[in-house]
Write a protein that binds this ligand. Sequence first.
Ligand code: G1P
Length: 361
Amino acid sequence: MAQAGLKKAVVLCAGEGTRLRPLTFSRPKHLLPVAGRPLLGWALDALAEAGVEQVALVVGHRPEAIQRYVGDGSAWGLRACYVTQEKPLGLAHAVACARHFVGEDEFLVYLGDNLLEFGVRALVEAYLAQRPVAALFVKEVEDPRAYGVVVTEGDRVVSVVEKPADPPSNLAIVGAYAFSPAIMQAIRETPPSPRGEYEITDAIQRLVAGPGEVIAVPVQGFWEDAGRPAELLLANRLYLDRMEPKLLGHVNARSRVEGPVQVGRGTRVTNCTLFGPCLVGENCVLSDSVIGPYVSIDAGTYVSDSRVENCIVQQDCKIRHLQGGLRDSVLGTQVEVLGREGGSQNPLSLLLGDMSSIRLF
Ligand code: G1P
């Protein structure tokens, strides 16, 4: 028997994250950290908070890492299961991979690299109030050519098109959808697009052309599709802006802390200036450095004699003698960037995969 309400969600996290290479060679993009926590962790929070009880994670690239992180879902109060998408054949294909999980129920689809300030509650409420065949979260953007684009009359969608060269409106489709089971039939009837993928947008267009209503629900607050390094850094900034200050580590008297700063347990900060928003994980050692604003540093990292601004630094990195500053950078785990004392005053902007090593001697 079909269950009432939107208790199920299909979370798409099979993508290879090619636009985030080299970071994604060793890890799915959904596990890259934003404000010290994997992207997917924030996404699952949003689903649990909107009343979802069961999630199917569609995995493909490095599935074991995602399974290790999410497990049975109980950390979020969810029941999680996994479905494999063998080949990257598009979002509609990924949703179809979860057809046994969905059965005859209404469900949400959430793109695991999307971050929404206020989660998906508004989408769920609009869907349950109107019971359309589909509800799409949408947001006005300046240049919608990289997105699915909708044309609406009131809140009714009259057409959708994927990544149009000449967009018919500025309303982009955000990576969260509420569907009736009718979408599964629409997906079965959808041919591949010119780029060889089964597009969810094309399947939605079939619903739009059918008898039922598809509605658009505007997103309030920020929406970030963290598919590229600049967007990952922007998402990091948005989440850091919401962070509460908390100093659990040791900050010596000659250090200065300004604005919202978190310092994790076991971390030692000596003769540094920390400009918030800034988050430093556990067991880090920071000395003679200026860190922030908009920096998140994961556990076990060592920074000395450097400036770091607007960066994501993952676990166990070493940054030394970068007086010119490391800016707008994303470092994987166990990365070393070592300058020399009195070295270059030029700032660096780096995108480095796990275990990279740079010596500026
Ligand atoms: C996908 C969808 C697109 C949507 C976007 C939102 O594109 O195909 O319709 O607007 O997600 O993030 P992708 O980012 O996979 O290229």
